[in-house]
Design a protein. Structure first.
Lengths: 172, 189
């Protein structure tokens, strides 16, 4: 017997789950989409400073239904998150360590200097979800110039105004 | 005149501007690569690695040498690198395969004395493959199990063909020693 034939005798086929190839393709196509998606990013991306990024991410997902963009997370050697992107609809926001680019969290500053408007399809259901997740409601659901809206404060006091458009009016 | 399907190189070239096109590379080669990973590290590891392999290939596609029509050797090379992290599982599978090969040999020959020889021989072959330096083992298994040509092995491992030839010769010499120490006439086919 030739040496290579000897090695060949130990060749043995494995038996696979029929769905294995589909799962593998999903992994590839997720990477493909991630490469395509940055081109679709909005032109303006607000960056919000927080003391605790991990807690902020978890709250924004739980209370407001935002999703973290899984490839966006910047983590240091100690496992501390320094920045991440969250998306909702066609909007994207950065969630970053306070002070990294000058801005600080309202929790440290003791003052809010801005609020962010977010359009949702069912503002009352959104309000219930935020309430259940422990968001502080700064202004309960109300109607205002063609919109129904409410305002919530997140864990560190950033103010969010959620709106549902009832009829065509200029953005507030 | 009929249109021939685009070569892998053409598809990869197109995927630089149109990332989704890379899906066709998966459709063409994923089953082959899954079987390759499975032979080496078993079904479970292979199923976990196949998507990863193509994700890495996708991310490195700019580096693919467009003068090669087929992407298969290049994909094997990425797979070989991934398998380095699964050496323990590979070694376990190889030992199990040696026992099964000895069992088959015994059934073939219906001779218990020979079966015993085969058991000793195949477990030595497994040990010898295991003991080869990584580069030689990889060259041997791509050649013997995957049936890549010398050129294919050279492309997979990104080596000159002369280096592949010398690696394979060293691996062969090592296995030949086993045959000789096991007795020339005992296990023959």
């Amino acid at each position: 017997m030739k040496p290579v034939d000897l090695a060949r005798k130990l060749r043995r086929e494995a038996t696979f789950d029929p769905a294995a190839l589909d799962r593998g393709k999903a992994v590839l196509m997720a990477a493909v989409r991630q490469e395509v998606e940055p081109m679709r990013r909005p032109t303006i991306v607000p960056q919000l400073p927080y003391q605790d990024i991990g807690a902020a991410l978890s709250f924004l997902q739980r209370a407001f239904g935002f999703s973290e963009i899984s490839t966006s997370r910047l983590v240091d050697e100690d496992g501390v998150i320094h920045h991440a992107l969250v998306e909702f609809g066609d909007g994207v926001m950065g969630i970053g360590t306070q002070g990294a680019h000058g801005a600080i969290s309202p929790r440290s500053a003791g003052i809010e200097t801005q609020y962010i408007s977010v359009y949702v399809t069912d503002v009352d259901a959104h309000h219930q979800r935020a309430l259940a997740a422990g968001a502080r409601i700064a202004h309960g659901p109300h109607s205002h110039s063609g919109h129904r809206a409410y305002e919530a404060l997140d864990l560190e006091g950033h103010r969010w105004r959620f709106l549902q458009q009832l009829r065509e009016v200029p953005i507030h | 005149m009929t249109m021939s399907p685009p070569s892998d190189a053409e598809v990869i070239g197109r995927s630089l501007g149109e990332p989704e096109a890379f899906g066709l590379i998966y459709d063409r080669h994923a089953a082959t690569l899954l079987r390759f990973l499975g032979r080496r590290a078993g079904a479970k590891v292979a199923e976990g690695l196949v998507g990863e392999l193509f994700r890495i290939a996708f991310e490195r596609r700019k580096m693919f040498d467009a003068s090669r029509a087929s992407a298969l050797p290049w994909l094997y090379g990425i797979g070989s690198n991934l398998l380095l992290k699964h050496r323990r599982g590979e070694a376990r599978r190889l030992r199990a395969s040696a026992q099964m090969a000895a069992g088959l040999e015994a059934a073939d020959r219906r001779a218990s004395a020979r079966a015993l020889d085969a058991r000793v021989l195949f477990s030595r072959v497994a040990d010898a493959i295991e003991a080869l330096p990584d580069g030689e083992r990889e060259a041997l298994l791509l050649f013997a199990w995957e049936e890549l040509s010398y050129q294919g092995v050279a492309e997979a491992l990104e080596l000159p063909i002369g280096t592949v030839r010398s690696r394979l010769n060293r691996a062969r010499a090592r296995l030949r020693e086993l045959l000789n120490t096991n007795g020339k006439n005992r296990v023959r086919s």
